[in-house]
Design a protein around this ligand. Structure first.
Ligand SMILES: Nc1nc2c(ncn2[C@@H]2O[C@H](COP(=O)(O)OP(=O)(O)OP(=O)(O)O)[C@@H](O)[C@H]2O)c(=O)[nH]1
Ligand SMILES: [Mg+2]
Length: 272
């Protein structure tokens, strides 16, 4: 039986005093060059991808580019992106020839970002679980952070809409487990809605990132934290996808269980 959960409590936004960039305001540009790259990995997201691209560009018409990284989705996701490219010069597409996992998709996106002059790099899902309006809040938090994480669990609240109870428990347990083992002060370490300052990506040796699935988020946070970068969380409401299917697998869960130990031990041994 599935239990449906509604947003339980939405705390006042912790970034309320932070500036700008929400809604239709243009983002800062350096010499007319977009300073923000939003990376959206996709696998079979043809029902979502066009809408999410249009939504992001309607909210942030300048100063921001989007990179879609598609793993040869059989449903034609990449074709939808190509159809939109003539309308949006800031829309980029990286096509890979097979499904290779979320982690390697983001790593490819980071390399792409570092080849350009982007100052901020955002991770976002294609399925509208991450509200494009919150991009502004993430960027606002970057005024005083090197890594901003959109958190579902700030201040002991649960801001998740329409997740089955089992899925919520899994996510909450993963967060508690990660905090307990690593000591990392992040309430939602598996969140995939976040913003990196360029220097963070430049400082981490991306070739050493091992995680393939969702533990990729934990590993990136942990490595940034251990390097002393400032991490801030921003309260977000996460809404379960309404179209398309989740790609989460049991293998992803098993990977997250051992990766936190692996990170902890490597860090203690000074081998991170
Ligand atoms: N390029 C690429 N994208 C992927 C891969 N696996 C998942 N994605 C994308 O990564 C994003 C997150 O995947 P989801 O299936 O929504 O996973 P999730 O958000 O953790 O889980 P749900 O809450 O069940 O949706 C989506 O935009 C997917 O299309 C992959 O192997 N390659
Ligand atoms: Mg999702």
């Amino acid at each position: 039986m599935l239990f449906l959960l509604s947003a339980i409590k939405i705390m006042p936004e912790s970034t309320s005093q932070l500036p700008v960039t929400a809604g239709n305001e243009p983002l800062p540009q350096a010499n007319g060059t977009p300073s923000v790259l939003v990376i959206i990995p996709t696998y079979n997201e043809s029902e979502n991808i066009s809408r999410v691209i249009e939504r992001v560009f309607s909210l942030y018409p300048s100063g921001l580019d989007i990179l879609v990284i598609d793993d040869h989705s059989p449903d034609g996701t990449a074709k939808n992106v190509k159809e939109l490219q003539p309308h949006y010069p800031g829309l980029h597409l990286l096509e890979r020839n097979s499904k290779q996992g979320l982690g390697t998709a983001y790593l490819a996106g980071f390399r792409y970002a570092l080849q350009g002059s982007f100052r901020f790099v955002i991770e976002m899902d294609a399925d509208f679980s991450h509200d494009p309006e919150m991009i502004g809040s993430l960027l606002g938090a970057m005024e005083s952070a090197d890594l901003a994480i959109g958190s579902r669990y700030m201040n002991n609240t649960v801001n998740v809409v329409n997740w089955p109870l089992g899925r919520l428990m899994l996510s909450k347990l993963a967060s508690l487990y990660t905090r307990l083992i690593t000591g990392m002060p992040v309430s939602d370490p598996t969140s995939g809605f976040k913003c990196f300052r360029r220097i963070v990506l430049e400082s981490l040796d991306l070739r050493r990132i091992n995680s393939q699935g969702y533990s990729f988020q934990i590993e990136m946070n942990f490595r940034a934290w251990k390097k002393g970068f400032v991490i801030r969380e921003v309260s977000i409401v996460f809404t379960d996808r309404t179209v398309g299917r989740s790609k989460m697998t049991r293998k992803n869960i098993r990977e997250a269980v051992w990766i936190v130990w692996w990170l902890k031990i490597k860090s203690m041994a000074g081998l991170l």
